[in-house]
Design a binder for this molecule. Sequence first.
Ligand code: SF4
Ligand code: SF4
Length: 79
Amino acid sequence: MSLKINDDCTSCDACVSVCPNTAISAGDVIYTIDAARCTECVGAEDSPQCQLVCPADAIVAGAVESNDQLMAKYKGLHA
Ligand code: SF4
Ligand code: SF4
C-alpha cells in the first residue's frame, strides 16, 4: 500500500530525505505523500524508511496495493 501522513505530523522534515521515490513534500499545514510515487519502499528498501524516522508516528497505511503493483510503480518511477 502507499502510506499517508496524518494530523500528528509536526512538519519536522525528517522523512523527506529518506524517501527513495521523492514522494514526500511539505504541504500547507502538514507534510504529504504522493500516492502515485509511494511504493512503501518496495524496490528500494526492506521497510518504509519514512516510518522509521518519523518521531511523531504520523505515517500510516493508505491505499491498499499488492506487492506486484508496488514493484511496477517503482520500476515506472525509475525507468
Ligand atoms: S514508504 Fe518509502 S516510498 Fe513511501 S513515502 Fe515513505 S519513504 Fe517514500
Ligand atoms: S517525519 Fe513525521 S513529523 Fe516529520 S515531517 Fe515527516 S511525517 Fe511529519
